[in-house]
Write a protein that binds this ligand. Structure first.
Ligand SMILES: [Zn+2]
Length: 256
């Protein structure tokens, strides 16, 4: 059956001579993997659409009992290459792609995830990095069901509304000061309040305030740690983001 849907490209890798396997998140059918036959030769069917985080209209054939769909063609809607791609932006786009690819199961329609990705890509295209990364990390944690209660200590249920909280890479939940585990990281009161606002409001509401690598860095760390713990793996691109935030990026990486 031939189907089509708006989609975002997550990952592309070669197979056989000239074919590619493409992992892409569709608005209507969830995350899919498909074969793009002769994609390396056919600019007409795929020209300019195979970079990660490209937004396309995907036309493909889904066959019974086949894990992979057969991709007929992608029509370009928006390319991340429409604005200059420097190291920081490339790292951000790769982070969105890696988290989405790793966290979502195949063929599980979740339009809200698609809309989240579209929204953060839009802000990224305007040159923002740290707001979309922070918003995306928190929301992906929430959409996957991995976000703990932001109001109560996970141990004693005391209120966290007037204090900061503590978290640890090996444990779920936020904790009050008395129950913080040794070597916990802290989440400042204002970051916790920001998190509560972010899960109720669209990203655009936070774009007016200035964002730097230091803005809500603790909230980003908390969300990414929750993602990594539930995925049971380190995110390669999260490490790149950490290095970007601390300025520990070599000049060779900045040139690439
Ligand atoms: Zn407690």
């Amino acid at each position: 059956m031939q189907l089509s849907s708006d989609a975002v490209i997550l990952r592309v890798w070669p197979v056989n001579e000239a074919d590619l396997i493409v992992s892409f998140l569709t608005r209507d059918f969830g995350k899919l993997k498909g074969v793009a036959k002769s994609a390396l030769k056919s600019r007409r069917r795929f020209g300019g659409t195979l970079e990660i985080m490209t937004e396309v209209r995907a036309t493909f054939v889904d066959r019974p009992r086949q894990e992979l769909v057969r991709i007929d063609h992608f029509d370009l809607i928006a390319s991340p290459l429409r604005s200059p791609v420097d190291y920081a932006r490339m790292t951000t786009l790769s982070f969105f792609a890696e988290v989405t690819e790793q966290a979502l199961p195949d063929r599980n329609p979740e339009e809200v995830t698609f809309r989240l990705l579209s929204a953060v890509l839009d802000h990224c295209a305007r040159g923002q990095i740290w707001l979309p990364v922070t918003y995306f990390s928190l929301w992906m944690t929430r959409l996957m069901g991995w976000l703990p209660d932001l109001n109560l200590c996970a141990v004693c249920s005391s209120s966290l509304l007037d204090s900061g909280a503590w978290f640890h890479p090996s444990a779920d939940g936020l904790r009050c000061r008395s129950h913080a585990m040794p070597a916990s990281a802290s989440l400042a009161l204002e970051s916790l309040q920001l998190a509560r606002r972010m899960i109720r409001a669209p990203i655009a509401e936070f774009a007016a305030q200035p964002w730097t690598a230091q803005s809500a860095a603790d909230l980003r760390r908390f969300s990414i740690q929750a993602l990594e713990r539930h995925l049971e793996r380190r995110l390669r691109t999260a490490e790149a983001l950490r290095r970007l935030a601390t300025g520990a990026v070599s000049s060779a990486e900045l040139r690439s």
